[in-house]
Design a protein around this ligand. Structure first.
Ligand code: SF4
Length: 376
């Protein structure tokens, strides 16, 4: 394990995003495992319409595998640069915060790697304050113009009526927490999805994110996985138009990160390349390549199962109780036929291919390996 002093690491910024697989691809000349995401809970106080892990949420948590095993597996990852923790809502149980999250964040800090937590930020602020000294990025979802939007989206899958008043309280808590934690110096990255609900109101959502003091606004299309699989799919035209509209009104001083976009420099559609050109030319905009299966794995900390992507056809690819993560990842990278369909790379366009879900939804039958980026 290489120990670095945090103060010599570059700032996370539009010029340096260690989660982007193009960074490690350029550094090492090939894809490598540099990022490990850990699922630290399957409990959540919400049931969002679009939840990517909705079917896995539970009412009672299973026991954790020993933390030492996870730390050992992280230690073995030779080129580890980032870790992320996700759920459910990771902060729901104090025990998870104290005995899993904070120790993992301290490990990251000591090793000189970057950390992220995905949270809904709706709980007591003291839970999040415990993470503040060690955490690099607090990632939240924000797809709302007001408490009513939050109520509609955030409790769509509870299976029973949820009182509006409780939802409003959580919304207000989230907004207040985001404001106060930003003031305390926490780097909050608020993600909005482009979907059938949000594509006409991203400008207003952006403004609220700006007002809460968030440092970054992430925008990703919603893809049809899990709870979202029955929701309407947005056309590429609607998606493109909504991004242009957002760019017209955004705060140009705030970093905007677009991810998992279904637009590629190899497209013969001029309007796709025009959008990519605009994203490239405007200040404080980055387009992140999809880490899934490129430089990242997900580890379920209850079962030890390792997933390389949330593409439905790929079950767990190994288990940390049996093998190391570099080994599991290497097998996926070199041998899995599905990876061979999308692992293209056009360096001039800073692109390393589509996400499997994107390719499946919008580009069925397209052989990306035979395409090349055109002039942007
Ligand atoms: S890397 Fe793949 S998806 Fe990206 S521009 Fe090149 S061929 Fe297209």
């Amino acid at each position: 394990m290489t120990v670095l002093q945090n103060n010599i690491l570059p700032q996370i910024s539009p010029a340096y995003d260690p989660w982007d697989p193009i960074v490690s691809l350029r550094t090492h000349g090939r894809h490598l495992l540099t990022s490990v995401e850990m699922t630290v809970t399957h409990l959540c106080n919400m049931r969002c319409e679009h939840c990517a892990v909705g079917d896995m949420l539970v009412m009672k948590e299973a026991p954790f595998l020993p933390l030492d095993l996870m730390l050992k597996r992280l230690d073995e990852v030779e080129h580890l640069e980032t870790i992320s923790m996700t759920g459910g809502e990771p902060a729901l149980l104090d025990k998870t915060v104290d005995e899993v999250i904070v120790p993992l964040l301290k490990y990251a800090k000591e090793r000189g790697i970057r950390s992220q937590i995905n949270s809904n930020l709706t709980l007591d602020i003291r839970k999040y304050e415990k993470m503040l000294p060690y955490l690099d990025v607090m990632h939240i979802s924000f797809n709302y113009l007001n408490a009513d939007d939050f109520y509609e989206v955030g409790f769509a899958n509870t299976g029973r009526p949820t009182p509006r008043v409780g939802a409003v309280r959580l919304y207000e808590k989230m907004v207040e927490n985001a404001r106060r934690l930003s003031e305390m110096g926490m780097f909050i990255s608020a993600e909005s999805m482009i979907n059938y609900r949000t594509h006409t109101k991203l400008d207003g959502i952006h403004q609220l994110i700006n007002e809460m003091g968030c440092r970054r606004h992430e925008v990703h299309p919603m893809y049809a996985s899990n709870f979202a699989s029955t929701l309407p799919v947005l056309s590429l035209d609607d998606m493109r138009n909504s991004i242009h509209k957002l760019l017209d009104v955004r705060n140009q001083d705030m970093w905007m990160l677009f991810g998992t976009l279904p637009f590629f420099a190899c497209s013969d559609r001029e309007e796709d390349r025009k959008l990519l050109r605009r994203l490239r030319q405007e200040p404080n905009i980055t387009v992140r390549n999809d880490p899934d299966g490129r430089n990242r794995v997900n580890v379920n900390m209850f079962t030890g199962s390792v997933y390389v992507t949330d593409f439905a056809d790929i079950p767990a690819f190994g288990n940390i109780q049996e093998r190391g993560l570099d080994d599991i990842f290497g097998e996926w990278l070199n041998e899995h036929p599905l990876n061979q369909t999308v692992n293209c790379h056009c360096d001039a366009a800073a692109c390393c291919g589509p996400n499997l879900l994107v390719a499946d939804m919008y580009y069925k039958g397209v052989d990306f390996k035979s395409r090349k980026a055109l002039q942007l």
